[in-house]
Design a protein around this ligand. Structure first.
Ligand SMILES: O=C(O)c1cc(=O)[nH]c(=O)n1[C@@H]1O[C@H](COP(=O)(O)O)[C@@H](O)[C@H]1O
Length: 236
């Protein structure tokens, strides 16, 4: 069975900021209310990889959300380049060829970096999947990709908490389920479509929730982070 995860370590704050300075100011305001931070495109392409190394050195956990997807050789070598940063998670799109290459890069690097396969983005609903050319519902596409991720030996998957119970049945207890599209009751949904509360995500068997704008845009980010952690603790 996997190690228990404390409610605070279950929260991953998405640092979708324009610069490392801005992100560091936010991290300081959040203080000990969070320990795990995600760096995606916006910050990653603006000096965020250096910040990732500093955060790791400072004892934080880092999720590199770079959603790699390319020919196998490029993905494999990209994963090897990123493995030295000391991050805990790295995302790739959950296409079998891409996941196989990422697993191979991870194993060659041997740094303990875990690969997460992004199944279907939480901003997609069935109509968006159809528009993109898929003949499956979002739930079925997530299930197909989760099964492939498990067979290939990927460490966990990213999906909506709305699919988490179904995905847990596919993955078993040892792989991670990480869910963005998390909104505390009453929070603005923005461009997300498959949205779940922190408590409901815990009840569905999610390991980590990713929360960006409800925290980064709050007048008191520390207070919002604390409330999310408390809500998860009460639901576990
Ligand atoms: O891989 C991700 O983290 C991700 C996958 C997904 O399906 N949906 C999704 O929203 N994300 C990321 O999770 C974060 C969600 O941010 P908020 O919508 O502001 O809470 C963003 O940084 C997204 O890039």
């Amino acid at each position: 069975m996997p190690e228990p995860i404390s409610p605070r370590d279950r929260l991953i704050v998405a640092l979708d900021m324009a610069s490392p300075d801005e992100a560091e100011r936010l991290i300081e305001r959040i203080g000990d209310a969070a320990s795990f931070y995600k760096i995606g495109y916006r910050l990653g392409y603006a000096g965020g990889l250096g910040l990732a190394e500093r955060l790791v050195r400072g004892g934080h956990k880092v999720f590199l959300d770079l959603k790699l997807h390319d020919i196998g050789n490029t993905v494999e070598e990209g994963v090897q380049s990123l493995a030295g940063i000391g991050a805990t998670f790295l995302t790739v799109h959950a296409y079998p060829q891409t996941m196989r290459a990422a697993a191979s890069g991870r194993d060659t690097a041997g740094t303990g970096l875990k690969i997460l396969g992004v199944t279907v983005l939480t901003s997609y609903d069935d109509a968006d999947a159809r528009e993109a050319g898929y003949g499956l519902t979002v739930a079925d596409l997530v299930a197909v990709r989760a099964a492939a991720a498990k067979a290939i030996g990927i460490d966990g998957i990213v999906c909506s908490a709305a699919e988490a119970a179904q995905v847990r049945a596919i993955l078993g207890p040892d792989r991670l389920i990480v869910t963005p599209g998390i909104r505390p009751a009453g929070a603005e949904i923005g461009d997300q479509k498959r949205v779940v509360t922190p408590a409901a995500a815990m009840r569905a068997g999610v390991d980590h929730v990713v929360v960006g704008r409800p925290i980064t845009g709050a007048a008191d980010p520390r207070d919002v982070a604390r409330r999310i952690v408390d809500e998860m603790a009460a639901a576990l």
